[in-house]
Unconditional design. Sequence first.
Length: 190
Amino acid sequence: MNNQEKVRIFQTSCEKALQKDVSQLNRQIEVEMEQQMKDEIHEYQEKEEWVYTKNLEKLEKEYNKQIYALEMDAKKEVLNQKKQIQKDLKKEVLQIVKEFTKTPEYKAFLMKRIEEVFQKVEDTEHTILRLLPTDLEKYGEEIQKTYHVKMQTMANEYMGGCMLEDETHGLFIDHTIQNSMDEKFGNELR
């Protein structure tokens, strides 16, 4: 074999080895590129999922905040309505009570209240019976004849009824309309 043939065989051998190496290198590059693309896609997906989750959490938080604000507004509105109803009811009750104190039934009511407080007192010598100025004017003489008690006026805010006070025995009885209403409804009607 001559040198040329040897060179040609060597050259063919080198070309085959080179092609094999190039082919292997190309496959390796393709595999690495494919893996890199998969990694990048995976990383992108994870990033997008994280962004989506954060946006979802933000939206949920905003939604809950708005629901809470709406609930608070609704509760305030209900409370305001309740206050308005109580205010209107108070006006109505006060008007009814004022009208009642002008009726003959009120006199019977007042006399019954006075009788009830005197049933709780043995000695009326040191007691003071308090009445509204109008009640004292209208019924004072009649009450004085029946109970022989010292009488004074009380504030109109009590709306009617009576108070009995005995300082020597430390007794105070509030038998007024206002006190009865406070016991029934609490101080809501004041």
